[in-house]
Design a protein around this ligand. Sequence first.
Ligand code: ADP
Length: 191
Amino acid sequence: MPPNVLLLGIQGSGKGTQAKRIASEYDSPHVATGDILRKAIDDGTPLGRQVEDILARGELVPDATMIDLIRERLTESEGFVLDGFPRTMAQAEALDDMLAEIGRPLDVVFVLQVPDDVARERLAKRAVEEGRADDTPDAIDTRIATYHRETEPIVEHYRARGSLVPIPGTGTVEEVFRQIQDALEQVAVRQ
Ligand code: ADP
C-alpha cells in the first residue's frame, strides 16, 4: 500500500524536489498544489483566472478554494505525497477531518528544515533558472513571511500529534532523501 505522506517546509527548503522523489520511489501520487494552480493558470481555466494575481503577489489562495481542490484529489488517489497543502491551520484541520472521513490517516509528516537565508539564496537562484512569476524579491518576501505566520503553526500541530519527523534540509538532495527513506522504512515496519 503506497504511504500517505505530508511534506512541510519553507519555500526553498527542497520540498518539491523531495516530494517528487518520494512519489516515484513509493508509487504514491505527488499532489503539489502550486503545480496544480500553475497548470490551471496556463490552461486559462476559471480557477486559473481566479488565482493568477494572488500567486504573482506571493499571497495565499482562499482556504475554501484550496480545500475543495484537495478533497477532489485525495478521494481519487491511493496513497499521496502532499506538497503545498495545508498552509494554514484552517486547511490542516480540514485535511484532518477529510482523512478521518475517508479512513486514510497520514503515515508521516516531514518538515524540511533550512534557515531563511539558505531558502532565500535558493529561491534567488531558481528565479534566474526558471523565471517563475512569484520569484520576484517582493513576492519571495511575502511568501517567506506568510510561511512563518500561517504555516509554521501547522508544524507544531503535527508535532503535538506525534506524527512529525524533522529532517535537516541543508544537505545534498541525495543526503536528504536518504534520511526520508530511513524514516519511511520505519513507518513501513510499524504498519
Ligand atoms: P512555494 O512553496 O515556493 O511558494 P508553491 O508552488 O507550493 O510554491 O505555491 C505557489 C503559490 O500557490 C503560493 O504562493 C500560493 O499563492 C499558492 N498556493 C499553493 N498552495 C496553496 C495553499 N495550500 N493555500 C493557499 N495558497 C496556495
